[in-house]
Design a protein around this ligand. Structure first.
Ligand SMILES: NC(=O)C1=CN([C@@H]2O[C@H](COP(=O)(O)OP(=O)(O)OC[C@H]3O[C@@H](n4cnc5c(N)ncnc54)[C@H](O)[C@@H]3O)[C@@H](O)[C@H]2O)C=CC1
Ligand SMILES: O=C(O)[C@H]1O[C@H](OP(=O)(O)OP(=O)(O)OC[C@H]2O[C@@H](n3ccc(=O)[nH]c3=O)[C@H](O)[C@@H]2O)[C@H](O)[C@@H](O)[C@@H]1O
Length: 470
C-alpha cells in the first residue's frame, strides 16, 4: 500500500506548544497546509497581528511566522472547519492539574482533551490521524480512541498517535529546528504503523531519520512524563546539595561542574537555583506520583513526590534566608524583585518561583517592587491575586511594577534576582548601590551576578549554595 501522504494539518490549541510547533511544521513543509485553531479569539487575533505582535514571546518565532503565514500557515477560530478539512490533527490543548474531585492537586485534568476529541468525532466526515501533542497520562490514547470510535460517522476511521513535545520555552524554535529526538508512539497494528510512518515523513522534511524514534503508544506517553520528572529531579538534587554547600563552605557551582564532568552524568540541568518553575515540571512529577499511587506503588509515588517537596523546600529556604539576613524582619522594608518569568527568554509566569517568593515577602509585610523585561503588570497582578481569588487592593498597595531594573531598585533595602535575564548581569550596579539603603543586600537566586565586583562596590551578596560569609 502507498504510504499515507499528509496534505492538510490542523492543530487544535494555539498556545505555547501548538503555535510554535505547527508554525515550524509549516515553514519546513511548504507543500503541507497547516491551520492552527483555537477557541480563544484574542489569541488568534494576536497570531494574525499585522505587526507580528504575537501572543507568545519566543526568540526566532516572529521570523518563522513571517516566513509562512498566509502562504501555508493559517490561524483561525473556525475549529470545526479546520478539523473537517484536515487529514492529520494535532491535539495541543492545555492539560492543567485537577483542582477538585478525585486526584485533585495531582492528576491531569483531561477535560480539554475530551472536549477536543468529541469535537473531532462530531465534525469529521473522513478518516483522520489524531496526534496527542499535549502531555497526557499514560493510556490517554485509549480513552480518546474509545470516544472517537463510539461517535465516528460511517466510513471514518481514526488512528491515534502519541507525539509528545520536548521543547523548552525560551529556546522553542532552536529545539524545534534541531530536536534531540522526535518521539512517535503508535499501536503496533498495520494501521497504527502506517499512521506512524505518515507523521514520521512529515518530520523527515527537516529532521534526520535517526532522530525520529518510533515506539509503542504507552511507552511514548510515559516517556514524556519520565523525561520531565528526571529533569526536575536533577534540579532538585543539585538544589539539595546547595543547602549542604551553604552549611559547609563548599560552592555548589564548583560541585556541579565537577560532577557534571563525568560523562555518565553530563553538565546540563545542574544549575542550582531558587527552585524550578514553569507549567510542567511540578505538574508532571505530580502526575507520575498520581499514576504510581493509582497503581498501588506507594514507594514509587513517594520517590517522585520528594522531587516536588525538595523544590518547595528550596523556595522557602531562599525566602527565609532573605528575611533572616535582613536582621529577621522585612516589615516595611523595600524588596526589589528582578525577574518574574519562570526562566529567562520567556514571558511565561506559570508556577514561577517569583510568585511564591513575593507572597512570602508580602506575608512579612514588606513593600515589593518588581521588574521583568517581558511580563506585563496585568499578568503580575493576576498571578499575585491568584487570578482574582485574593483581594487585589492590599496587593496593589504593597507591590509596584516598575518599567526598569534601575527604577525597581531605587531606595531598596534588598534586591532579589529571581529570573536569570542577561540584562541583570551588567546593570549599572554602582548607581544602583548609591540609591539603596545601607547595608545594601543582593540575593542572587540564580548565581548569575559577578559576585566579587558587587562586593567591591559595597554590596552584601548572598548567592545560592556558597558558604561565603557576608
Ligand atoms: N508550555 C510548554 O513549554 C510545553 C507544554 N507541553 C504540553 O502541551 C500542552 C499545551 O500546552 P501549552 O501550549 O503551554 O498550553 P496553552 O494553555 O498555552 O494553550 C492551549 C490552548 O488550547 C486552547 N484550547 C483548549 N481547548 C480547546 C478546544 N476544544 N478547541 C480549540 N482550542 C482549545 C486554549 O484556548 C489554549 O489557547 C499541555 O499538555 C502542556 O503540558 C509540552 C511541552 C512543552
Ligand atoms: O514539558 C514541558 O513543558 C517542557 O518542560 C521543560 O521546559 P521548560 O519548563 O520550558 O523550561 P526548562 O528550561 O526545563 O526550565 C524549567 C525550570 O527549571 C529551572 N532550571 C533549569 C535548569 C537548571 O539547571 N536549573 C534550574 O533551576 C528553570 O529556571 C525553570 O524555572 C523541559 O525542559 C522541556 O523538555 C519540556 O518539553
Amino acid at each position: 500500500m502507498a504510504p499515507i501522504e499528509v496534505k492538510k494539518i490542523v492543530c487544535i490549541g494555539a498556545g505555547y506548544v501548538g503555535g510554535p510547533t505547527c508554525a515550524v511544521v509549516a515553514l519546513k513543509c511548504p507543500h503541507i497546509q497547516v491551520t492552527i485553531v483555537d477557541v480563544n479569539q484574542s489569541r488568534i487575533d494576536a497570531w494574525n497581528d499585522p505587526d507580528f505582535n504575537l501572543p507568545i514571546y519566543e526568540p526566532g518565532l516572529v521570523d518563522v511566522v513571517k516566513g509562512c503565514r498566509g502562504r501555508n500557515l493559517f490561524f483561525s477560530t473556525e475549529v470545526d472547519k479546520g478539523i473537517a478539512e484536515a487529514d492529520l490533527i494535532f491535539v495541543s490543548v492545555n492539560t492543567p492539574t485537577k483542582k477538585s474531585g478525585l486526584g485533585a492537586g495531582f492528576a491531569a485534568d483531561l477535560n480539554y482533551i475530551e472536549l477536543a476529541t468529541r469535537r473531532i468525532a462530531e465534525v469529521s466526515t473522513s478518516s483522520k490521524i489524531v496526534v496527542e501533542k499535549s502531555t497526557v497520562p499514560c493510556r490517554t490514547a485509549e480513552s480518546m480512541r474509545t470516544i472517537l470510535e463510539a461517535n465516528a460517522k460511517p466510513g471514518c476511521r481514526f488512528d491515534i498517535l502519541s507525539n509528545p513535545e520536548f521543547l523548552a520555552e525560551g529556546t522553542a524554535i532552536e529545539d524545534l529546528f534541531a530536536p534531540d529526538r522526535v518521539l512517535i508512539g503508535s499501536l503496533q497494528s498495520q494501521e497504527g504503523l502506517d499512521a506512524c510512518a505518515a507523521l514520521a515523513n512529515v518530520y523527515a522534511n527537516w529532521i534526520p531519520k535517526e532522530r525520529i524514534l518510533t515506539v509503542g503508544l504507552w511507552s511514548s506517553e510515559l516517556s514524556k512524563l519520565a523525561a520531565n520528572a528526571m529533569l526536575a529531579q536533577r534540579i532538585s538534587s543539585v538544589n539539595m546539595l546547595s543547602a549542604i554547600c551553604e552549611a559547609t563552605g563548599a560552592n555548589v557551582d564548583e560541585v556541579a561542574y565537577a560532577v557534571g564532568k563525568d560523562s555518565r552524568v553530563g553538565p546540563k540541568f545542574l544549575k542550582a537555583s531558587v527552585g524550578f518553575g514553569g507549567s510542567c515540571f511540578q505538574k508532571y512529577s505530580l502526575n507520575l506520583v498520581y499514576l504510581a499511587r493509582s497503581l498501588n506503588l506507594e514507594e514509587v509515588a513517594r520517590y517522585w513526590y520528594a522531587v516536588v517537596e525538595a523544590n518547595d523546600y528550596q523556595k522557602n529556604r531562599f525566602a527565609k534566608k532573605v528575611v533572616d539576613t535582613l536582621f529577621n524582619t522585612i516589615t516595611g522594608k523595600k524588596i526589589a524583585v528582578l525577574g518574574f518569568a519562570f526562566k529567562a527568554d520567556t514571558g511565561d509566569t506559570r508556577e514561577s518561583p517569583a510568585i511564591d517568593l513575593i507572597n512570602h515577602f508580602l506575608s512579612e509585610r514588606a513593600r515589593v517592587t518588581v521588574y521583568d523585561p517581558e511580563v506585563q503588570e496585568s499578568q503580575i497582578m493576576l498571578d499575585l491575586t491568584d487570578y482574582g481569588a485574593k483581594p487585589a487592593e492590599p496587593i496593589q498597595k504593597a507591590v509596584t511594577v516598575c518599567p526598569s531594573a534601575l527604577e525597581a531598585c531605587k531606595g531598596a533595602d534588598a534586591i532579589v534576582v529571581v529570573t536569570e535575564w542577561k540584562e541583570f548581569v551588567n546593570l549599572d550596579w554602582q548607581s544602583i548601590h548609591d540609591t539603596m539603603n545601607k547595608p545594601a543586600f543582593i540575593f542572587d537566586g540564580r548565581n548569575i551576578l559577578k559576585r566579587q565586583e558587587l562586593k567591591n562596590i559595597g554590596f552584601k551578596v548572598v548567592s545560592i549554595g556558597t558558604g561565603d560569609r557576608l
